[in-house]
Design a protein around this ligand. Structure first.
Ligand code: TEU
Length: 571
């Protein structure tokens, strides 16, 4: 399949067409001040690690002042830094030093909602119905004789009703406000000019400080259908995340916002960009966010919900690339993020993203069921992802093959999903446990500068087996996943044909995904019984040991093919 014909060489095209961006979940990355929570300074101390890993950019999850009801995605002030995480001066220093390391830096912008502690929402609560203060959010009168019923049947993504009734100044129950996420995350009204102007100021505030771009949270949710019509579904909550036919997702009006944002990005020097977190399908709808006058990237979330199955994966790859080629945009592959069960577990157990199967508790012993198979597959998947056209987003710990942590005690769970689902869904904490930097448990496995901090004292407790995956045990070890990522990312920089550009499928059997990239480069991923390496191929990298000249099950290889061996291969 050939796309992007006429693409300029890598050095001449914008960095975001090819970049591998590393997602830093700030609270769990590195704690420099010993309080058990990650911070800005902690990130700065790890820049050498990130540089050595070979990524091109970092994306930092929300670092703004926040009551932390959704770990920073509830923002109280979009133009400052959370005091637990540091200061604006720390952030400015981090931006500068990230650039000195030759890396780009993205910040997370959360435009769908604010925290209930945001001064605008506090003002809205005090103001009267119909006031300009209320108009910045989505307040409505309730239904029923006394307004005691929610204005419509929208539910929260986290569980339970999507509306909360407020007490008015006279002490009586009054209007309702919309919160598509936690109660403490009231949705903004994007029809309001002040909201639009504020976010333009927010973009400029961070662009002026040198950030290279933004990850846009819930990018498909800002505009709600006029009149806020009910969801037409038997079970509105089950349908909340369905991307199609929802009166709050992927409304056409969002595109005008991003066209405006693109103008702001383009008014700054360098290739400033934005990447959309848009849970939108089909791929042709997602492509609309990537039209030349809109956003640079949009996460491709298909892999998050896919099984380890070649036919499905191939279809997804084809669909995504075809849709994006229409608008001239690169793909942005994602295997992991802070909202889904880690790929090591998904690929082993066949879990679908976000649906942690609590019947399969690991109970603290990673060897209890087949974590090894998940690791083998996650490693092969990584080589697949990093060989595909376009860019990729890697979530912290993915390079260590961290599994999902399933044994966090219930009384330590913090994700709002846990309470909002009436304690039926453990939520997303299992992929957010602070990173193990050292095998020694002191300082919560090296996560914290405070050596006295025990693994259970980190903000999310680390399980006793967490140290098995530590950076210091993997660093320099020829078989470790960290080493494999370092090698893959180094090769990716050297191979001019990787990153954005054409790919051609190679027919290698039903259980194999194989494709070539320019420069006689090929990637083979074997999902079935062992297969032979293609003749005269030079092995560049493999995700696991080969068996002589055979590629074992669940193994991926990067190869230099003998020149001319691809002639007459069907697409
Ligand atoms: O997520 C948006 C979203 O709809 C899903 O990722 C959802 O949170 C998940 O599938 C259900 O648990 C973004 C952020 O990535 C997420 O961390 C925030 O909680 C959410 O927005 C609200 O800001």
């Amino acid at each position: 399949m050939n796309q992007q014909i006429g693409l300029p060489p890598r050095a001449q095209r914008p960095w975001w067409r090819d970049a591998v961006t590393y997602q830093i979940y700030i609270r769990s990355f590195t704690d420099s001040n010993g309080d058990g929570k990650g911070d800005v300074e902690g990130i700065r101390t790890r820049l050498p690690y990130l540089k050595a890993l070979g990524i091109d950019a970092i994306w930092i999850t929300p670092w703004y002042p926040s009551p932390q009801k959704d770990h920073g995605y509830d923002v109280a002030d979009f133009m400052a830094i959370e005091s637990d995480y540091g200061t604006l001066a720390d952030a400015e220093r981090l931006i500068k030093e990230t650039h000195e390391h030759g890396l780009k830096l993205l910040v997370d912008i959360v435009p769908n909602h604010s925290s209930y502690k945001h001064e605008w929402f506090q003002a809205a609560l005090k103001a009267a119905p119909g006031s300009p203060e209320r108009d910045r959010y989505i307040f409505r009168d309730g239904k029923g004789v006394n307004g005691e019923l929610a204005p419509n049947n929208w539910q929260s993504v986290f569980g339970g009703p999507g509306w909360k009734r407020v007490i008015e100044a006279d002490g009586r129950a009054g209007q309702w406000y919309l919160h598509l996420f936690a109660v403490e995350q009231p949705d903004f009204n994007w029809e309001n000019a002040e909201v639009r102007a504020h976010f333009e100021d927010v973009l400029k505030f961070w662009l002026d400080r040198g950030v290279d771009g933004f990850r846009i949270d819930v990018a498909h949710g800002l505009v709600k259908a006029a009149g806020l019509p009910d969801i037409v579904a038997v079970d509105p909550h089950a349908e909340m995340l369905a991307p199609e036919g929802r009166p709050f997702w992927d409304q056409d009006g969002v595109h005008e916002i991003y066209r405006q944002w693109r103008k702001i990005l383009d008014s700054y020097p360098g290739d400033r960009m934005a990447v959309a977190e848009a849970w939108v399908s089909p791929a042709s709808r997602l492509a609309l966010y990537l039209r030349p006058d809109e956003l640079a990237n949009s996460f491709n979330f298909d892999f998050l919900g896919s099984l380890w199955e070649p036919t499905i994966l191939k279809e997804m790859i084809n669909r995504s690339m075809e849709a994006l080629a229409e608008v001239g945009a690169p793909s942005s592959w994602v295997f992991n993020n802070h909202d889904v069960v880690r790929s090591v577990d998904r690929f082993d157990l066949g879990l679908i993203a976000g649906k942690a199967d609590t019947t399969l508790e690991r109970q603290g012993d990673p060897t209890k069921f087949n974590v090894l198979r998940g690791t083998t597959r996650a490693r092969a998947g990584a080589l697949l992802m990093l060989a595909l056209p376009g860019g990729a987003y890697v979530y912290q710990g993915e390079e260590l093959a961290l599994p999902e942590v399933r044994d966090i005690p219930e009384d330590r769970l913090t994700d709002p999903r846990w309470a909002m689902s009436n304690y039926t869904d453990r939520g997303r904490d299992g992929c957010r446990v602070p990173l193990p930097w050292k095998a020694d448990p002191a300082g919560a496995f090296g996560f914290s500068s405070n050596a006295a901090l025990t693994p259970t004292q980190a903000w999310l407790p680390q399980s006793p087996w967490w140290g098995l995956y530590a950076v210091d045990t993997q660093e320099g070890h020829p078989d470790s996943t960290l080493t494999m990522y370092q090698q893959a990312l180094a090769l990716r920089h050297k191979e001019a044909g990787l990153g954005d550009g054409p790919m051609t499928w190679i027919q290698a059997g039903e259980s194999v995904l194989a494709f070539s990239r320019p420069g006689d480069f090929a990637c083979y991923v074997n999902f079935g019984a062992p297969i032979a390496l293609p003749g005269n191929a030079q092995l560049l990298l493999s995700s696991g040991p080969l068996d002589g000249t055979m590629i074992p099950t669940d193994t991926a290889v990067w190869l230099r093919l003998a020149a001319g061996s691809l002639v007459n291969q069907p697409d």
